[in-house]
Design a protein around this ligand. Structure first.
Ligand code: NDP
Length: 286
């Protein structure tokens, strides 16, 4: 088996982009997907569709998994566990760190090695060195398959713990979802007043550039320095209350600012009213 052969299992938007990137780079690509028709365009470009999970696993040493979650991964791999021996499974499926560790152990029991991956780009970013994927797991396996992994995105190797890539990915996604829903809530408020998303865009871009705050707060969080010299939770409660009332007056669902206000109130009740917003890190950890 040459180093430019790969099996891709899972052909959602992400798996399709990955298989296409391998074809672009001249790899021999074997595919398997629960719904075979999703392979049609890739097969037309030269990929081979395996007729069973076992055939897909036996075709190549490197197997890329891109599935909805680890339940889907088990549903597929349990169809042919005997074909896992000697395989390196680059598991680019999102799930919890605990499930990533559990899957690595399960694969090891079947003679396979898992490289856990957390992809940090949507499908159009696949194939670009500017995009990145967190990886963790055995360093030698990552080094051995680095060229194949780099066909997909840049490689950010975090360490041997198979849960680490999943953890970093989930931390990032935590920030991503909460930040993005804040954007959508603001746009809903704009829309309620006839302001188009496009016309508010330039203001949103400036407001949502958190770089200054992220850098300013990080060392203070690490030092547990929640001094209220620049901001304080009391001010944040008043400010967020205005947002809540504006949403209510505008007929926009206010459950998001209400949930944040609840958190702020709990922080204030815990004695942080004159402390910085960073004191919420302590409140959230309890
Ligand atoms: P999808 O949820 O669209 O992936 C669906 C794939 O999982 C399909 O191949 C589907 O098969 C398969 N699948 C789901 N359930 C089962 C099951 N029970 N048995 C067998 N196969 C199953 O996700 P994406 O392609 O968008 O993403 C793949 C992974 O990448 C996810 O973990 C996602 O979190 C992560 N990711 C996605 C990003 C994105 O922007 N899309 C960005 C970064 C990471 P079938 O075709 O038969 O339905």
């Amino acid at each position: 088996m040459s180093e430019t052969t790969v099996t891709v299992i899972g052909l959602g938007p992400m798996g399709q982009a990955m298989a296409a990137a391998y074809l672009d780079r001249g790899y021999e690509v074997t595919l398997w997907n629960r719904t075979p028709a999703r392979a049609d365009a890739l097969v037309a470009r030269g990929a081979r569709l395996a007729d069973s999970v076992e055939a897909a696993l036996r075709a190549n040493e490197l197997v890329v998994l891109s599935l909805t979650d680890y339940d889907a991964a088990y549903a597929i791999l349990r169809q042919a566990p005997q074909a896992l021996a000697g395989r390196t499974v680059a598991n680019l499926t999102s799930d919890t760190p605990a499930r990533a560790r559990e899957a690595a152990a399960w694969l090891a029991d079947h003679g396979a090695v898992q490289i856990t991956g957390g992809v940090q780009t949507p499908p159009p970013g696949i194939g670009s060195a500017d995009a990145a994927t967190y990886y963790s797991g055995p360093a030698d396996a990552v080094a051995h398959h680095r060229a194949a992994l780099e066909v997909l995105t840049g490689v950010e190797y975090l360490g041997e713990d198979p849960g680490l890539a999943a953890l970093y990915y989930q931390i990032g996604i935590d920030m991503f979802w909460t930040g993005l829903v804040g954007y959508l809530h603001g746009q809903a408020l704009a829309a309620a007043h006839g302001i188009s998303a496009e016309s508010f865009l330039e203001h949103a871009v400036k407001t949502m550039d958190f770089t200054y705050f992220l850098k300013f707060y990080a060392p203070r969080i690490d030092a547990a320095n929640h001094e209220g010299d620049v901001d304080n939770l009391g001010m944040a409660v008043a400010s967020l209350t205005h947002v809540l009332h504006t949403a209510e007056e505008s007929g926009v669902d206010a459950s998001l600012p209400a949930a944040l206000l609840d958190l702020f109130h709990r922080g204030a009740a815990a004695g942080h009213e004159r402390d910085s917003l960073t004191s919420l890190v302590d409140v959230l950890q309890r």
